[in-house]
Design a protein around this ligand. Structure first.
Ligand SMILES: Cc1cc2nc3c(=O)[nH]c(=O)nc-3n(C[C@H](O)[C@H](O)[C@H](O)COP(=O)(O)OP(=O)(O)OC[C@H]3O[C@@H](n4cnc5c(N)ncnc54)[C@H](O)[C@@H]3O)c2cc1C
Length: 411
């Protein structure tokens, strides 16, 4: 691949960077602590993220990949990559409504009616309506097609009963894209439908699940005789599996983009290129966590960091190869599973290493008076497990690589 960006792409980068420099409040920048911690909680942090999202939206910097008639800029894949890189580089707050804009919006462009697009896309982009993804159930995660939530036709509505779980952002959500079983007699992939459900409907209950990080980022959802108008069906009755796969394809694309920049950013926070620093908020390897020396002065520490850096760069190149394939109009290749497996496992190893550097300080959590870096590393260590599970577990990625890349027989 050619690693140089075109003049058009460089102009796009300059325009975005100029806008960010002028509009991103200085208190929000490089503030990795505030933006990572409890990012999905209700309250001040969430409000800050919504406010930043709205600022970007009013300047036309949300959903840049969407066609202009649906509120985007028609940006190319390369420009989306540049966009992620620039936001990450400046440490901008996380945007909101990723499940809506990243997953259900593009799905509506493929499968939805024009009426559905006009009704839902504008409020999705402006974050007036927050979306959540109702796929997983207590007995259906990796084997998603075994889902049991039922929808039965009654006049102009479907009546939904069942339970979903691990639903990110359901506590903020106004709308849910929900997978339901509409034909229990059909083979499991053939009897599923994809509905758009108003979360404020009678019969919807959301209960927060507290993670080991202390976050309340995801939830259980219960549906009890919830009426959903038939006009909210997407892609036809019993055709929901194909519609769901479209959303998952977009989820994978967004994840691939993130992976390209994520681990290098994590490493940058771990290692201070200037060497030793006495500032407790300096990147971890540079700060003095034991009397006299910084960890960075230990050659074994530097070697470990160098190994991580090699892996992170390799992941970046796998990601760029994936991008390159798609720019040539080819379908996403096996790189996606390799990348998901590699970056989520590397992330966990980096966080474990940070714990080694911290020693006993690693037990200090957020707001503990002696916590180094505000307890960020112990938070990230605990959060790293979720990345290995969400959007397809490591075992599932290994199965995909074994069967589809290496051609091994199914176990
Ligand atoms: C941070 C986070 C956010 C999430 N957000 C959402 C959301 O917004 N909406 C939503 O619908 N879901 C969400 N999920 C759920 C997620 O999609 C599921 O957790 C994931 O698909 C795994 O399903 P499960 O938890 O039921 O585990 P299971 O599928 O029950 O797996 C349990 C264990 O068995 C292993 N396993 C299962 N099948 C196989 C196999 N065939 N071969 C080898 N090993 C296997 C798994 O790897 C795992 O270790 C989220 C999860 C996380 C962690």
């Amino acid at each position: 691949m050619d690693f140089r960006f075109s003049d058009e792409d460089e102009n796009f980068r300059s325009e975005l960077r100029r806008w960010l420099e002028a509009n991103l409040p200085s208190g929000h920048r490089k503030n990795a602590f505030a933006i990572e911690f409890f990012a999905n909680e209700v309250g001040e942090e969430w409000e800050k993220r919504v406010a930043w999202h709205k600022t970007m939206h009013s300047a036309g910097w949300i959903a840049i990949q969407y066609p202009t008639q649906y509120g985007g800029r028609g940006a190319s894949l390369t420009q989306q990559y540049i966009y992620d890189e620039e936001l990450n580089h400046l440490g901008a707050p996380q945007l909101v409504n990723g499940q809506g804009i990243g997953l259900v919006g593009p799905t509506l462009m493929h499968w939805g009616t024009e009426e559905q697009r006009r009704r839902y896309l504008p409020k999705m982009l402006s974050a007036e309506e927050i979306w959540c993804q109702g796929y997983s159930e207590p007995g259906s995660g990796s084997d998603l097609a075994s889902l049991q939530t039922r929808a039965v036709e009654d006049g102009d509505d479907f009546v939904v009963n069942g339970q979903k779980v691990w639903t990110s952002d359901a506590h903020h959500a106004d709308m849910c894209f929900l997978l339901v079983r509409t034909d229990p007699t059909a083979p499991k992939h053939k009897g599923i439908s994809y509905l758009l459900v108003n979360m404020h409907s009678p019969g919807v209950t959301v209960r927060p699940l507290v993670q080991m990080t202390g976050d309340r980022g995801f939830n259980e959802m219960f549906f009890e005789d919830v009426r959903v108008p038939k006009r909210n069906l997407v892609g036809g009755k019993n055709n929901g599996w194909l519609v769901a796969l479209t959303s998952l394809m977009y989820e994978r694309r967004a994840r691939d983009m993130t992976a390209i920049v994520l681990e290098l950013a994590t490493l940058a926070r771990l290692v201070d290129k200037q060497g030793a620093s006495t500032d407790a908020r300096a990147p971890l390897a540079g700060s003095k966590t034991k009397p006299g020396n910084s960890a960075w002065e230990d050659s074994r520490v530097r070697q470990r960091i160098a190994e991580f850096a090699c892996e992170a760069w390799a992941i970046r190149y796998v990601g760029l190869r994936q991008l390159s394939r798609q720019l040539k109009g080819l379908p996403p290749g096996p790189e996606s599973s390799i990348q998901k497996l590699a970056f989520s496992e590397l992330n966990l190893r980096i966080q474990k290493f940070a714990m080694e550097l911290l020693g006993a300080y690693g037990q200090m959590t957020h707001q503990a008076p002696l916590a180094i870096d505000d307890g960020k590393w112990s938070y990230r260590m605990l959060a790293a497990r979720g990345m290995i599970i969400g959007a397809g577990t490591s075992e599932i990625q290994r199965n995909v690589i074994g069967e589809r890349v290496l051609g091994l027989p199914r176990g």
